[in-house]
Write a protein that binds this ligand. Structure first.
Ligand code: ADP
Ligand code: MG
Length: 656
């Protein structure tokens, strides 16, 4: 018990004796000198002297007379305790005030001795026991303190509850996790109130009663404000010797964020696969629609103005165009559109569109715009208009009684911040485009499906469910993010974040592609694997006066081009073809015939190099299904345009 320096004699117990009677002090010292425990006694006569000594050097024990010249009775003890907390004190009292000694013991003195009544050996024993008791209670206190701190500082939410659902204790992490301001507020609630319904609390208790514990158990619970929180918990039952469940201890971890990320990932994978499906369907439909529209036009051309069949064919054409618009939206969603990406000023785009939006919104909806002066982003202006129109149409539908639509732009800097949602946009400078309505809001169960194609809550005939799918595709393809906030009965805000561009808007950015003259006598190489499309296109081009060399795929085209001794003035080629892609083929072709202008025709392109090339004006692109006249016009424009020196050959190796 008494500390022993390694290998040597036990070190003496340092006793401070405060005793004004020199005689009593001598007796006590003599008693201690003959004891087996080595004591080292420091003796002073007054309390103030004693207190000063306590400050100067460490003591293991205080032997304190309560009646001193400068302090009397219980107050002496109180003063000593205050100055020397943690040092065991044995008080000395006279026969007449034994009660004061007892009072001191009640208040923390280890023991008391009555002077003049101390048989041999008692003093030593008393002092030794006093020290032992003091040591073990200090050890207990510090171990309790350790556990309390552990509980308090634990990052897991810890709690103890009774089987009938009363909370006995919880730690600050638990209170924080569930959104309570204080631990007391959290313990005041019953265990059942943390569960979405009480049956689940009962089921948990029974599972613990039977299985003794639950390990890594998923517990969907509720926060103070009722919002859901996903926790993972280890729960342990405390049982009486008879086997009755007496208490439940739990350690809970907040798993909400991981769950949400998982959910977002699942959601984006789903969008991705729907996108692929939609893109594939659209691609095949575009070929079919090119044929349908091409033949409809041919028939129309052959019909006399008075022919009664004209109206029927018109119907076919109109339906074909509607279908083409639909596949266009699917393509937008699947992010496989060929975008005409330029630096544009969002503010300009919105101002341009304002008149039209006002018309779309009708008289009952007010349009308010708050636009930031600098809104330069890299995007396709027409597509951004599409985004705005779709969002505005939805907003209008959400405000049948009228309301306000606010379109706002503002610069936004997203800082590299650990607290940032990992699924959000990466740090950087953005322009935020927000579209806010004061409509009926969106039900929570609808939110996860909002951007899916063909998801609509509108009556059949009213909605196609393609509006937001298109918006989503366009925003993603423009390297942006879209999010939505909504409140039932209050309204909805869609926020689009597009990366800010530091470049300025090029002059004459919006070109007009409508020309009138579309005929000519040049030679065109037409490569298209779909025979009906090839047939329509070549017939049209021939009807305009061109000579057309038709090829069914890349190798065939290279072969024919090799055998053709004259000039080839224009290459028109499909992009998605078996055996050799349109890009591969055109690269080879241009090596042989550099400078030939190229027109790609396709439903979409997966090829980033081609996309980039088209975006930079190195080649032209015509979206399928095209109307024959558009093909002839674009061909003419390319034939008349400046010859770019072999754009494709350099494109794949150049980095800019
Ligand atoms: P559609 O408008 O054809 O139904 P969308 O893809 O544009 O298809 O929208 C899908 C659904 O999202 C709508 O049916 C509607 O339930 C909901 N929605 C979209 N925008 C809003 C809005 N601003 N307010 C309320 N609900 C909206
Ligand atoms: Mg819509």
């Amino acid at each position: 018990m008494i500390s022993t320096p390694r290998g040597g004699e036990p070190s003496p117990v340092r006793v401070l004796l405060i005793e004004d009677s020199k005689g009593d002090a001598r007796l006590l010292r003599e008693d201690l000198e003959i004891s087996t425990t080595p004591f080292e006694v420091t003796h002073v006569l007054r309390l103030d002297e004693g207190l000063a000594r306590l400050e100067q050097s460490p003591f293991d024990l205080l032997l304190l007379d309560l009646h001193l010249p400068d302090s009397q009775g219980f107050a002496t003890f109180e003063a000593a305790v205050q100055r020397a907390p943690g040092i065991p004190i044995v008080v000395l009292s006279g026969l007449s005030d034994e009660r004061t000694g007892a009072q001191a013991v009640q208040n923390g003195a280890q023991d008391y001795l009555v002077k003049g009544q101390i048989p041999p050996g008692l003093l030593e024993r008393t002092l030794r026991y006093a020290m032992e008791r003091s040591r073990s209670s200090a050890a207990l206190r510090s171990s309790e303190e350790r556990y309390r701190q552990f509980f308090e500082e634990d990052l897991a939410g810890a709690f103890i509850a009774t089987p009938d659902g009363a909370m006995l204790a919880c730690n600050p992490a638990f209170a924080r996790m569930f959104g309570f301001d204080t631990v007391e507020a959290a313990t005041a609630r019953s265990v059942g109130s943390y569960f979405p319904n009480v049956d689940e609390a009962v089921a948990m208790r029974e599972a613990i009663r039977v299985g003794k514990k639950l390990v890594d158990h998923a517990l969907p619970l509720r926060r103070a404000d009722g919002t859901p929180i996903h926790t993972i918990g280890n729960l342990i039952g405390g049982f009486s010797p008879g086997g009755d469940l007496q208490e439940i201890k739990g350690y809970l971890f907040d798993d909400s964020e991981r769950r949400q990320l998982e959910e977002e990932l699942r959601q984006s994978q789903k969008m991705e696969s729907i996108g692929r499906l939609a893109g594939g369907v659209a691609h095949d439909f575009n070929n079919l629609l090119t044929v349908i529209l091409g033949y409809a036009d041919t028939v129309l051309e052959q019909c006399e103005p008075s022919d009664p069949r004209r109206a029927d064919v018109e119907e076919i054409r109109v339906a074909g165009l509607r279908a083409a618009a639909l596949t266009q939206q699917l393509l937008a969603f699947s992010r496989r559109q060929v975008l005409q990406v330029r630096v544009i000023d969002l503010t300009d785009v919105i101002l341009h569109l304002k008149r039209m939006l006002t018309r779309v919104l009708g008289e009952t909806v007010d349009l308010v715009t708050t636009l930031s002066p600098n809104g330069h982003v890299k995007a396709d202006a027409t597509q951004i208009e599409q985004v705005l129109i779709n969002l505005a149409l939805n907003a209008r539908d959400a405000m049948p009684e009228g309301g306000t639509l606010t379109i706002a732009t503002r610069p936004l800097r997203i800082l590299p911040d650990a607290a940032r949602k990992p699924s959000g946009p990466p740090p950087g400078e953005y322009i935020e485009l927000s579209v806010t309505d004061t409509g009926h809001g969106i039900e929570p169960d609808v939110l996860p499906k909002l951007f899916e194609p063909f998801f609509t809550t509108k009556k059949s005939g009213r909605g196609t469910g393609l509006g937001l799918a298109t918006v989503y595709g366009i925003v993603k393809q423009s390297n942006g993010e879209i999010s939505v906030e909504t409140q039932i009965g209050k309204g909805t805000t869609f926020r689009v974040h597009l990366p800010l561009s530091r470049e300025s808007v090029p002059e004459g950015a919006r070109e007009d592609s409508t020309g009138t003259d579309s005929g000519g006598a040049e030679t065109i190489l037409l490569v298209e694997d779909e025979s009906a499309v090839r047939f329509i296109a070549s017939r049209l081009l021939r009807s305009k006066g061109y000579s057309v060399i038709e090829a069914v795929n890349g190798p065939d085209a290279l072969d024919q081009s090799g055998r053709h001794s004259g000039v080839i003035d224009l290459l028109i080629t499909d992009l998605v073809m078996p055996r050799m892609s349109g890009r591969e083929f055109s690269e080879q072709f241009l090596r042989l015939r550099p400078g030939t202008p190229v027109l790609f025709i396709s439903g979409y392109t997966d090829d980033d190099v081609v996309r980039d090339l088209i975006a930079r004006g190195g080649a032209a692109f015509l979206q399928k299904p095209f109307e024959p006249e558009a093909l002839a016009r674009t061909a003419r424009r390319l034939l008349d345009g400046p010859r770019a020196p072999s754009p494709l050959v350099g494109a794949s190796s150049s980095g800019d």
